[in-house]
Design a protein around this ligand. Structure first.
Ligand SMILES: NC(=O)C1=CN([C@@H]2O[C@H](COP(=O)(O)OP(=O)(O)OC[C@H]3O[C@@H](n4cnc5c(N)ncnc54)[C@H](O)[C@@H]3O)[C@@H](O)[C@H]2O)C=CC1
Ligand SMILES: O=C(O)[C@@H]1CCC=N1
Length: 268
């Protein structure tokens, strides 16, 4: 099985690194292609994969092709790729919004798997949702799933609506968590803590809360009740958030990302 990753950015490189560390592929079978000469130069020193700056040398013989460029670069890329591909190749898109139908038409490809990964893949804690075109067999799906799982965990969804929806929850989601962290860091700094202490207070609080959540089958709502004493400090904070409609605002933000994913698909 020969795998090619197109686009050595945040996502493409992360997937290439995940696959390189797994026993599924040898270096010889893992290729990465990018158009940025600086990236090519720095990657060339990396012994984990074969690096290419020319599609002709790496695309025709690949069995599985991960596409990890920005959605607005996809048209140009598809145009270049389409004369070099064949019907047995499987194309795995990591791009937000770009639909299976668009990829099949613009690339003239048959077998397409559309995914939505997320950035914690960089530390093996990613979650990727995925769905496929009808030409992809169960065995091929399993092969690709094994590759996706080298960066964390994955969930299969039946329709592309859920790929766009997971963009709003897990794809963009790490940024919402970082937004919350940044807000708490700034509050800690305003209260007079040093940058170092602020970071410890905030990161330990997130880490501890996630650990509690993962080790028990209790809902976040019930955990809030365990932290909040009646008439106490936590209740004052939660009341402030409720008064400011924070829950609704977070849900609106997730829907804004979901809607934008759908819109990106229509812009193609
Ligand atoms: N960054 C994130 O957290 C997530 C990103 N995605 C999706 O992943 C895709 C990539 O995003 P990032 O990795 O963040 O972008 P990035 O900008 O870090 O990487 C894109 C790479 O593609 C290369 N590139 C551009 N045109 C090319 C071409 N024609 N052929 C080969 N390489 C080309 C660029 O040089 C760059 O190295 C996007 O479509 C995005 O929607 C999905 C989920 C999460
Ligand atoms: O912001 C974006 O469009 C991409 C998709 C999900 C995360 N980053």
């Amino acid at each position: 099985m020969r795998v090619l990753v197109i686009g050595a950015g945040n996502m493409g490189l992360t997937y290439a690194e995940g696959m390189a560390e797994s026993p599924l592929l040898s270096k010889h079978n893992l290729r990465i292609y990018d158009t940025d000469p600086k990236k090519i130069e720095s990657l060339s020193k990396d012994t984990r994969f074969n690096v290419f700056d020319n599609l002709e040398d790496c695309l025709p013989k690949a069995d599985i092709v991960f596409i990890a460029v920005k959605p607005y670069h996809s048209d140009g890329l598809f145009e270049e790729m389409k004369l070099m591909i064949n019907d047995s190749q499987i194309f795995v898109s990591l791009m937000a919004g770009v639909t299976i139908d668009t990829i099949q038409q613009k690339l003239n490809a048959k077998k397409v798997i559309r995914t939505m990964p997320n950035l914690p893949a960089q530390v093996g804690k990613g979650v990727t949702s995925y769905t496929e075109s009808s030409d992809v067999s169960k065995v091929e799906m399993l092969m690709v799933r094994n590759l996706l799982d080298t960066t964390g965990t994955s969930i299969h969804v039946n329709t592309e609506k859920f790929i766009d929806a997971s963009t709003g929850i897990s794809g963009s989601g790490p940024a919402y968590v970082f937004y919350f962290m940044q807000s708490m860091l700034e509050a800690a700094q305003k209260m007079g803590f040093s940058d170092y202490d602020s970071k410890i207070l905030v990161s330990s609080t997130f880490e501890g809360a996630i650990e509690l959540f993962n080790q028990n089958s209790i809902s976040p709502k019930s955990w809030i009740e365990k932290v909040a004493s009646k008439g106490g400090t936590t209740q004052a904070a939660i009341d402030s958030m409720d008064d400011n409609n924070v829950k609704q605002l977070i849900q609106d933000a997730a829907y804004a990302a979901f809607d934008r994913a759908v819109e990106l698909g229509k812009e193609k």
